[in-house]
Structures are given as structure tokens and as C-alpha cells.
Design a binder for this molecule. Structure first.
Ligand SMILES: *Cc1c(COP(=O)(O)O)cnc(C)c1O
Length: 404
């Protein structure tokens, strides 16, 4: 248990103040555990926001990256980068798609997806392509991806937004079909397979299958943002694989490099040749260090059975939370799949961040009322039980106080 004395908050007079941070500075980590500069230890239920697939200081990732740094960090896309082909081939194998483009982050992967959808239209003589997007969506914070995002707080102050987005409710195939009728210029349907920032809201299996059918009927692109829910988090490589479908375009990032920034957009045959030389590019994207991180992450995941581990430990954690929070007034729902779980409360959960940290646990809160758990896929059953043992009493005490 951590010392009760609050630490002196770190000050950052030179860093732009774009984040509301907790007064904690972190120093190092090991597996699912992280230590702060005051020597206190935390169980990491956040995983760097679904990024640290292999946890911290993984004993096989660290030497691989050290070796890569000593060999070659960056050249440029003027030349072939053999590790790009290696990572692309692996992504193609596990997705059943055909080609990958590499970038550095989630919003960049989505930006590439948006460009593909627009050019897919232009290539067919549609000079005003539109896209169907969803309520509750989060796709990033560039001007285009924040325009695709649903959250008005993320839009505020940054208008005019990029046009061409038609927004409909999630899990309502009739609404999608109606939007397609009203908007004949639509060239794609763009959604997170499981909404992350929107509060851990899964697109239902029948809905995903319906979208696949509608996209085939209309010859438009199914674009699944798996930046957060992909890379094994739900117990399959990609969350849409539970529905037995394959998208045309799939942006990835967060977990792909286990902490090293790696973004990718993976495409199937209808989308893979849309971007031609000169249409798109990035200086850093696909550099040898990032590609090595991606290759090693996927191969360690495979060797260590981390898909099965995410399914098993995530299932145990969800069962423990569901059981221990059952009937607690103020707890609306425990939901999610694998190691992407949300606990919705009847009130703002923001204050729980500090309370959890004081109790030695890192969590996240999203969509204001949802406690989100997206830990490393290496989490053990014992660590999941420890997580529940810290979190459940905190939530019970939190919702027992009168609603503010
Ligand atoms: C985090 C996230 C993004 C944005 O990724 P960045 O790397 O922060 O730009 C986009 N889509 C989804 C679903 C995300 O969870």
C-alpha cells in the first residue's frame, strides 16, 4: 500500500499545459507494475492507454530494440525498409487483408483511411465523397479526425470542421441504410469496432455483419478503426474477427509497437491500390526502429499465447467485477471483451483516478462516467484478481456517497 502523504506535485513551467495530469511522475516499470519517482508502486490497469501490449521492460522486447537502435533507427522512405515488408506480411497474415501503409499514430492511420475513402470516390468520378460515421465515435485530434469524432468537447474551438461526414447512431442498421439513401455520395462507413473513448461501446456482431453486407451491396468501403481494440486486446488479433467479417480498411496504432509509436493502415483488395506514388507519405512512418517494435511485439504475442491470455484473464476480470459489483446501486454496467473493459457508473468517475492512484492502481476514466481497464496483455490471473481487489471497494465507497 502506498504512503498516505500526498507528494509535491511536479511542476512543468516549460511544457505546454494541454493535459490535466495527476500529481505523479513515473520513473520505471516491470511487467504490469510501475513505480513513481517517490518510490511508490502501482498496478497498471491502464497500459499507457491500451499501448503497452507487452507491459513494461519486456525481457525479449528490450534487447531486440537495443540491438535495433545500435544498428539503424531511421533512414527515410527514399529507400526500401526490409522490416516494413516483414511487418506488413505479418499484418496481412493475421488479418486476411492484402497490404499495409505505415505511419506513427492512431490519428495518422485514420487520416490515411480518410484519404483512401475520398480517393476511392474520386477514382469513380465522385468528386464530393462523404463518409458515414457514428455517435460516440473517437478517431483522433487532427482537424479531419476530430471532425469524424462525435464528441462536441473535442470540436469546441476548432471549427470550421472538415465536411463530408454523415453521423448516425451505432448498432442501428436501418439508420445506416436510410443515410445511404439520403447521401448517394457516401464512399465508406467508418467506425471503431469497439468504441474506446466513447465509453467501451461494442458494435454488435449482427450490426458489423450488416455493415459488411451493405458495403458490398453499395460497393463502398467498410473502414474499421481498430486503433484501440485491435492487436489482440479482445482475444482475437482484431475485434471484428469475432463477427467473422473482414473490413476493406483497418487503421491500427496503440498496441502495435508495445510503446514505440507505430501506426498502420491495413487494406484489403478493394482499397489497397487506391493510393498511388505521390498521393501520401510520412517522414518517420515505417522507420526501422518502429518496424522492429511491431515485428517483435507480434511475434512475442504469438510465442507467448497472449491472445488466449487476453481472453482468459479478461474473462476472469470481467467475471470478478460483474460478480463483486452486482446489485451495487450506482454501478450501471460492466461491459467489454478480453482486456478492454468498462465499468459505467451513474455519475462522473473522474475523481476515481486519484483515489485509485492513492490505492496503488492506474486506471482510466472515459466518457466521464466509465472506468476503463486496458492493461498489458501479459497480465496474469493473480494480477487481475489484485486489480479487482483494489478497484471494487473503491467503486463501492465512491458510489455510496451522495451523487454530487
Ligand atoms: C487513441 C485512438 C485514436 C487516436 O490515436 P492517437 O495515436 O492518439 O492519434 C484513434 N482512434 C481510436 C479508436 C483511438 O482509441
Amino acid at each position: 500500500m502506498n504512503a498516505p502523504v500526498p507528494p509535491v506535485p511536479p511542476t512543468e513551467p516549460h511544457v505546454m499545459q494541454t493535459y490535466g495530469r495527476l500529481p505523479i511522475a513515473l520513473s520505471h516499470g516491470q511487467g504490469c507494475w510501475v513505480w513513481d519517482t517517490a518510490g511508490r508502486r502501482y498496478l497498471d490497469g491502464l497500459g499507457g492507454i491500451a499501448v503497452n501490449t507487452l507491459g513494461h521492460a519486456h525481457p525479449r522486447l528490450v534487447p531486440a530494440l537495443q540491438e535495433q537502435v545500435a544498428k539503424l533507427i531511421h533512414t527515410s522512405n527514399y529507400y526500401h525498409v526490409p522490416l516494413q515488408e516483414k511487418l506488413a506480411a505479418k499484418l496481412v497474415e493475421i488479418s486476411g487483408m492484402t497490404n499495409a501503409f505505415f505511419c506513427n499514430s492512431g490519428l495518422e492511420a485514420n487520416e490515411a483511411a480518410l484519404k483512401i475513402a475520398r480517393k476511392f470516390g474520386h477514382d469513380r468520378g465522385n468528386t464530393n465523397p462523404e463518409l458515414i460515421v457514428f455517435e460516440g465515435a473517437f478517431h483522433g485530434r487532427s482537424i479531419a479526425t476530430l471532425s469524424a469524432t462525435a464528441n462536441p468537447k473535442i470540436h469546441a474551438g476548432f471549427g470550421p470542421l472538415v465536411g463530408g461526414f454523415v453521423r448516425v447512431p451505432l448498432n442501428n442498421i436501418a439508420a445506416v441504410e436510410a443515410a445511404l439513401k439520403a447521401h448517394p455520395n457516401v464512399t465508406g462507413i467508418f467506425l471503431e469496432t469497439i468504441q474506446g473513448e466513447g465509453g467501451v461501446n461494442p458494435a454488435r456482431i449482427e450490426f458489423l455483419q450488416g455493415l459488411r453486407r451493405v458495403c458490398d451491396e453499395h460497393d463502398i468501403l467498410l473502414m474499421l478503426d481498430e486503433v484501440q481494440c485491435g492487436i489482440g486486446r479482445t482475444g482475437k488479433w482484431f475485434a471484428h474477427q469475432w463477427a467473422g467479417i473482414t473490413p476493406d480498411v483497418m487503421p491500427l496504432a496503440k498496441g502495435l509497437g508495445s510503446g514505440v509509436p507505430v501506426g498502420a493502415v491495413v487494406c484489403g483488395p478493394r482499397a489497397a491500390k487506391v493510393l498511388q506514388p505521390g498521393n501520401h507519405g510520412t517522414t518517420f512512418g515505417g522507420n526501422p526502429l518502429a518496424m522492429r517494435a511491431g515485428v517483435e511485439t507480434l511475434s512475442i504475442m504469438e510465442e507467448d499465447g497472449l491472445l488466449a491470455n487476453a481472453a482468459k484473464v479478461g474473462g476472469e476480470l470481467k467475471a470478478a467485477l460483474t460478480e463483486q459489483l452486482a446489485g451495487v446501486p450506482g454501478v450501471v454496467e460492466v461491459r467489454g471483451q478480453g482486456l478492454m473493459l468498462g465499468i459505467e457508473l451513474d455519475r462522473s468517475a473522474a475523481a476515481l483516478l486519484q483515489q485509485a492512484a492513492d490505492a496503488g492502481l492506474m486506471i482510466s476514466v472515459t466518457a466521464d462516467k466509465v472506468v476503463r481497464l486496458v492493461p498489458a496483455l501479459i497480465m496474469s490471473s493473480d494480477e487481475a484478481a489484485q486489480l479487482a481487489a483494489i478497484l471494487v471497494p473503491l467503486i463501492k465507497a465512491f458510489v455510496a456517497t451522495p451523487k454530487p
